[in-house]
Write a protein that binds this ligand. Sequence first.
Ligand code: GLY
Length: 271
Amino acid sequence: MKIQELDPNDDSVGYGGLPNAEGVVQLDASCMHGPTKRAGAVGALENIKTPSEVAKLILKYTSHIFLVGEGAKRFALSFGFKEEDLLTEHSREAWLRWRANLSPTDNYLDVPDSDHLVVTKTGTINCDAVTPQGDLSSVTTTSGLSWKIPGRVGDSPIIGAGQYCDNDVGAAGSTGLGEANIKVCGGFLTVEHLRRGLKPTDACLETLKRVVAETEARLLDAQGKPKFDLVFYAVTKRGEFGAASLYPNHFAVHDGTDAKIRDTAYLFTRA
Ligand code: GLY
């Protein structure tokens, strides 16, 4: 997680993550540790490159679970984290371009049609891990939905949505449109599907069906298909794993020696 958060070329998490509507990068992350049954989370954290590390410190060194905004930053600074500008040249330009094209009648001149328009996107990483002994952990980190309303917190830092871990059963987490996940508590729901015996891929598909059932009409197209994507990932205590998405997608699996990219199961295909 930390490696990706520190990578300026990854505009989905940490340093270089795409900012909110005011050009400020606000980061979310959460984690759970199965054996100790502990959890930590940060929301709307500004000027700290590695929110997943701050979430881990909350897990390890406090009796709280979730710190947000200024308090989360002060907590990070007390542990020696440095306050830094998280915008890179790329993420600032992407934001300026978005702001210029927001409205043809505002005081920012639109960029020419020929220029590539940066589209709104989410970018997130969820990682669910199991040891050979069957101990589980999970973590999710994100810079959230680009151009979001300042203060918006997505699913990633919400225990039971962005990720969830039960050391007796399995761990699960999500990437994609956070609002769609929050409403079904998707991380928790997927682990509950594992608990009642579903295989990881089927557990993820079941959660996605629930997401579709809970989706507002404005987010469905004429065929009733969601206008967004959402992915769930799951691993069991026995090391079985799987992932599923609304539309075809990929996920990475590391068996301790090698990493492999695999296709997700999915509910819909794009036209
Ligand atoms: N899933 C990331 C977000 O919506 O913020």
